[in-house]
Design a protein around this ligand. Structure first.
Ligand SMILES: NC(=O)C1=CN([C@@H]2O[C@H](COP(=O)(O)OP(=O)(O)OC[C@H]3O[C@@H](n4cnc5c(N)ncnc54)[C@H](OP(=O)(O)O)[C@@H]3O)[C@@H](O)[C@H]2O)C=CC1
Ligand SMILES: O=C1OC[C@@H](O)[C@H](O)[C@H]1O
Length: 392
């Protein structure tokens, strides 16, 4: 007989930056009252900062974590805590390989922020380690678990717009400055090669997410994509704009994934200029509006309905008690259900698909001549790497 008690997943938070705060506050929302989820819940057991214990303490206070949550002064201590089921890796992408491997080596389940790694080989090594340790491992592409993504995938699978032959997806953020720079300082993780900066790994991955979840993910027989890319390099060496054509010749389908730090997807930054994502099928189209990482509306236009449009709106629920909700809790719920059910990977974003997307991004950056330092591209794990110890 099924238990009425929700399964509790116990989290350890690695790093204390912006997304760590945002995600952890989502974890702390009440699943039942926020989003009508009754089978799983989340507990924040600890957070670690590579800077100092004080920083971790301040983080826990700021996000109003329960007083039982522990603060650690190192990632090493965090992954050694036996009370923790899963580590959320919320460091810059430069650090993901070393940090996620540190957690996997310790036998922890891992949810690792996007982009999964800097290179495809690093991603392969992480997947191998997750298999070897028999633990759950997932790339934190939260968009895949949002109800709008699930609905759009279902619509396509139901044949609502026929065979999908082309998807055009954009995530561009409009940070151009009149002096020719963009409004991120050169040291910022968005443009700093030492932190694996650049539009593609940070933003273009969402454009690719839409291309992949609406085409490759739904292919019955997976076809290896062909890749052609145009890359505009910023003066730091990172990419400021990247456009990728992904082609699946056997399926006669093409995806166009766009990203730019200078232009915005919509001129007013509210994405009103048109759909961020256009999914074109033999029997109609789906237009998805809003930033590709968290869009809130789609429109279906069916050829057989004489161009009549159906518009469906979504919203991000908030916990009334905490007055908070960002939309990352659905991916956390997915982790809880997978771990409860003994699954090592998520069906919505299987390891193989993360690896193919990583390979596409690597190929695009190679075509554009973007390179990153050895410290962050090595696929050799080092527990004492400055990326793990914080000794920069
Ligand atoms: N899913 C989503 O919507 C989003 C995902 N992200 C992803 O999350 C990751 C982190 O982004 P974000 O939170 O914005 O970044 P921040 O710069 O705000 O935070 C990164 C944290 O990583 C830790 N860190 C360890 N070493 C370094 C270093 N050398 N330089 C900077 N930080 C370091 C720090 O925490 P400490 O000192 O405590 O160890 C820092 O606070 C990225 O991979 C990004 O792609 C980001 C934004 C949105
Ligand atoms: O994942 C992300 O989504 C939102 C963006 O603002 C951020 O730069 C990126 O890391």
């Amino acid at each position: 007989m099924a238990s009425n008690t929700p399964f509790t997943l116990k989290w350890g938070i690695m790093a204390t930056g912006w997304i760590a705060e945002t995600f952890t506050q989502d974890l702390l929302t009440n699943p039942a009252t926020t989003r009508d989820v009754h089978d799983v819940r989340h507990e924040v057991v600890a957070a670690a900062s590579s800077s100092s214990k004080q920083r971790a303490e301040e983080f826990l206070v700021k996000i109003k974590a329960p007083s039982s949550a522990k603060a650690y002064a190192s990632y090493r201590e965090l992954v050694a805590d036996p009370k923790i089921d899963i580590i959320y890796v919320a460091t810059p992408h430069s650090h993901h390989f070393q940090n996620a491997m540190l957690a996997l080596e310790a036998g922890k389940n891992v949810l690792c922020e996007k982009a999964l790694t800097v290179t495809a080989s690093q991603a392969h090594k992480l997947v191998q380690k997750a298999k070897e340790k028999n633990v759950f491992f997932m790339e934190a592409v939260w968009t895949r678990y949002q109800p709008i993504s699930i609905k759009v995938r279902e619509l396509i699978q139901s044949g609502a717009i026929g065979t999908v032959y082309r998807v055009v997806a954009d995530l561009s953020v409009g940070n151009d400055k009149p002096d020719g720079t963009v409004s991120f300082p050169d040291t910022n993780r968005m443009v700093n090669p030492d932190l694996a900066g650049g539009a593609l790994l940070d933003l273009g991955i969402y454009s690719l997410t839409w291309v992949f979840q609406t085409m490759y993910h739904l292919q019955k027989e997976k076809e290896k994509p062909k890749v052609v890319a145009a890359v505009q390099k910023y003066h730091t060496g990172a990419d400021e704009a990247t456009s990728i054509i992904v082609q699946w010749p056997q399926h006669k389908s093409q995806g166009i994934a766009l990203t730019s730090l200078r232009l915005a997807t919509g001129v007013d930054n509210e994405n009103t200029a048109g759909p961020a994502i256009r999914i074109q099928g033999s029997g109609g189209e789906i237009h998805v509006t809003g930033p590709a990482y968290r869009p809130l509306q789609y429109k279906v236009i069916r050829s057989d309905a004489g161009g009549k449009m159906e518009t469906v709106d979504f919203s991000i629920p908030k916990d009334p008690e905490r007055d908070w909700g960002h939309g990352m809790f659905w991916e956390a719920d997915e982790c809880a259900r997978c771990i409860r059910d003994g699954k090592k990977e998520s069906e919505s974003l299987p390891w193989e698909e993360s690896l193919v997307i990583m390979a596409v991004m690597e190929e695009a950056l190679k075509q554009g001549g973007v390179t990153y330092p050895d410290l962050i591209t090595t696929d050799v794990f080092d527990a004492q790497s400055p990326l793990n110890t914080g000794k920069r």
